[in-house]
Write a protein that binds this ligand. Structure first.
Ligand SMILES: Nc1nc2c(ncn2[C@@H]2O[C@H](COP(=O)(O)OP(=O)(O)OP(=O)(O)O)[C@@H](O)[C@H]2O)c(=O)[nH]1
Ligand SMILES: [Mg+2]
Length: 187
């Protein structure tokens, strides 16, 4: 367990935010961080440029204080698998992680499964799946995405939450649930 420096000792919970390209990882961190977030977004030069102008090439970092005891440190991964050495570095430090999946890009669901299995091979820590872009045309329902990700049995799947990463309140809510799970596990 790590604590932050200074008069107000806070327990630090390192959380990794991973997921498919353009799912909203950088937005997630940007919308809740109470310090200026660090991002490594650079001009996209490959097929990602068809989806968005910039993409994360190393990591994002942000921090959110929850109450006066907890400090959530947020590490965002790049979406592209050519940067998967960063996935490896970041996940090994994490106490929990969030997998963001863009609900309106079914062609990416296979890739989301690949990220999930990469993480599961390395860690056994609390996970929440966040469904994004559910407000966009063609978005799949939660249950159908769950099945596409390989979670056929509802009772044996990780929590799946619908959220918009650009909206602070839904991100704070999700992080509060995750922090509780981490603290519960540590007891
Ligand atoms: N409509 C809508 N737009 C969203 C949602 N989530 C994210 N976005 C938008 O999607 C775009 C991509 O978001 P980013 O945060 O850059 O995605 P990323 O996961 O960091 O992408 P990479 O680093 O390239 O993998 C931004 O324009 C966001 O504003 C959502 O739930 N609904
Ligand atoms: Mg990003």
């Amino acid at each position: 367990m790590r604590f932050s420096q200074g008069q107000n000792l806070r327990q630090i919970i390192p959380v990794v935010v991973t997921g498919t390209v353009g799912a909203g990882k950088s937005s997630f961190i940007r919308s809740v961080s109470d310090i200026a977030p660090v991002d490594t977004d650079r001009k996209a030069t490959d097929e990602t440029a068809l989806i968005k102008k910039k993409t994360t090439v190393a990591m994002d970092f942000g921090r959110l204080h929850l109450g006066n005891k907890i400090s959530v440190h947020l590490y965002g991964t790049p979406g592209q698998s050519r940067f998967d050495f960063m996935w490896d570095i970041l996940i090994r430090r994490a106490a929990a992680y969030i997998l963001l999946v863009d609900a309106h890009r079914p062609s990416d669901f296979r890739y989301a499964r690949k990220i999930l299995s990469f993480m599961k091979q390395r860690v056994n820590i609390p996970l929440i799946i966040g469904l994004t872009h559910t407000d966009c045309k063609g978005a799949w329902s939660k249950d159908n995405v769950a099945i596409a990700l390989g979670f056929v049995d509802e009772k044996r799947r990780p929590p799946i939450v619908i959220l918009n990463p650009t909206q602070r309140q839904s991100v704070v809510q999700l992080l509060t649930i995750l922090a509780k799970q981490v603290l519960q596990k540590g007891k």
